[in-house]
Write a protein of this length. Structure first.
Length: 261
């Protein structure tokens, strides 16, 4: 007589239960391995984005989002978001500020609206600033530049990089940004005007009105950890370039729903 029979448990039921437990543990081990592999590149990749990134593999394993979170929680792999904010906008200047042209606008094609922003990266001892221009529809980063200052020249370099990638110059294009000095300055506005790009700006100098650019900044900092290193400017530039050209980042922007809060 088997021990399970002594407790009134059918032998087949007992072994099915053991088998299910083994299968669940094997799946959990495989999922943890997949997450660790992805986090070699993006150490702070969160659960929601991990699910969308690994969706096909997880579906074949019959693991949904809730189950994935259970596995991450059990293995202490949940990511706690960082809450930090550095002011990079100086809107107290003599230059003209433009109206917000994208309020109520339905963005339904690439190169309809570009959003620009400047974000602080690096450490306090060696601060760096990333100027970035992003296509609001495709989430593609059109241009960027890293500098150790917030001069207008750096923002213009990011804009010129974006302009080189622009297609169909005859189609109207709006450039949306905050009301910072860099974007209102004559050099920046002249570049927009020369290329037939319409300027648009947030009305309250609230960075969260510029949601697409701010979300991109959060991804670069939290998943790619570009602000972790206390390194020289040239090294920071290489890290940013590698992050923005990473195939996983390209996959992110093809799944637009994961950029939503």
């Amino acid at each position: 007589m088997f021990a399970c029979n002594l407790f009134g448990i059918d032998r087949q039921v007992y072994y099915r239960r053991i088998k299910r437990k083994i299968n669940k543990e094997a799946k959990a081990i495989e999922v943890v391995s997949m997450i660790n592999e992805v986090r070699k590149t993006m150490p702070r990749l969160g659960g929601k984005k991990s699910y969308h990134l690994l969706m096909d593999d997880l579906k074949s394993m019959r693991i949904g989002r809730d189950k994935l979170f259970d596995i991450l929680r059990a293995n202490h792999l949940l990511i706690q978001p960082k809450r930090s904010y550095h002011v990079t906008t100086n809107s107290h200047h003599r230059f003209r500020k433009h109206d917000n042209l994208i309020i109520g606008l339905e963005i339904n094609r690439p190169n309809q609206v570009w959003v620009s922003d400047i974000t602080y990266i690096g450490k306090r001892e060696k601060p760096c600033y990333l100027s970035i221009v992003t296509d609001a529809y495709s989430k593609k980063i059109m241009g960027y530049y890293v500098a150790d200052n917030m001069n207008t020249e750096s923002s213009v370099k990011a804009l010129n990089m974006a302009i080189k990638q622009r297609r169909n110059n005859e189609i109207p294009l709006i450039h949306h940004s905050d009301r910072g000095l860099q974007y209102c300055a004559n050099d920046y506005q002249n570049t927009l005007n020369k290329n037939g790009i319409l300027p648009s700006m947030t009305q309250n100098s609230d960075p969260y009105e510029n949601a697409v650019a701010e979300r991109i900044n959060g991804i670069l900092k939290q998943e790619f950890m570009i602000d972790k290193y206390n390194l020289d400017l040239n090294i920071i530039r290489k890290i940013v370039k590698e992050s923005l050209s990473n195939n996983l980042y390209r996959l992110f922007r093809t799944r637009q729903n994961i950029f939503q809060k």
